[in-house]
Design a protein around this ligand. Structure first.
Ligand code: SF4
Length: 212
């Protein structure tokens, strides 16, 4: 990243962190994915049950492997799980010591946006895990709620459709048409205006493009 853009992005992340704190979230800014990953590993320690919400950011940082290697138990759904196993996995992840996920957008005024096909991640980031850590690269920052929802549908959801090889119209057109396809992956919006009262949520903002 060019040096002046990097400096500007750091200021944008610091302003966003201040807005998140005003909305009662804990927030921290990291200059790189590797520094965020090191902080997360130190926070998690060992011997924890760690729920993962299917995040490309978590994947890009290699956190699943690193947390498992540190002696933690990873709870996440895998391709090919049958419906009952998946259900019990999602419920176990919701009762984890630490839950990791990544929002599709973080707004400059400190709101967090998630769009899901099933809603297991949306449920877990509202309530359940002892601690929730949400990781977001600079690419997730949006001006406001409207732009955040636009980004969630027109960038994150379409990239995920491509990754999952879905046959939804956005894959061909490159824009969200609010489709009614049977394979639609955008069924539930979770919008955290402020930290839900009984939940412990840390948002890690990272000065690097990560995930979708
Ligand atoms: S076209 Fe359908 S699947 Fe694609 S982003 Fe929009 S709502 Fe989601």
């Amino acid at each position: 990243m060019e040096e002046n853009i990097k400096t500007l992005n750091l200021k944008i992340l610091e302003n966003t962190a201040a807005a998140l704190r005003a909305n009662r979230f804990e927030a921290a800014v990291y200059e790189s994915g590797s520094s965020a990953a090191a902080a997360l590993l130190s926070l998690a320690g060992a011997g924890k049950k760690i729920g993962l919400g299917g995040s490309m950011t978590v994947k890009a940082l290699g956190l699943e492997e690193a947390l498992a290697a540190a002696g933690n138990t990873i709870v996440t759904h895998r391709p090919g799980m049958d419906a009952e196993v998946k259900r019990s996995t999602w419920l176990a992840a919701q009762a984890s010591d630490l839950y990791l996920a990544s929002p599709q957008a973080v707004t400059l005024d400190g709101k967090l946006i998630f769009i899901d096909g099933n809603g297991n991640r949306g449920a877990a980031v509202i309530y359940g895990p002892r601690k929730i850590v949400l990781l977001a690269g600079i690419n997730k920052i949006a001006k406001d709620q409207e732009e955040g929802l636009w980004r969630s549908r027109n960038i994150a959801a379409i990239a995920n459709n491509l990754r999952l090889k879905k046959d939804n119209p956005c894959v061909k057109t490159g824009r969200c048409s609010d489709c009614s396809s049977p394979g639609r992956i955008c069924n539930a919006v979770t919008l955290l205006w402020k930290k839900p009262s009984a939940s412990d949520i840390l948002v890690m903002l990272i000065n690097e493009d990560l995930g979708y």
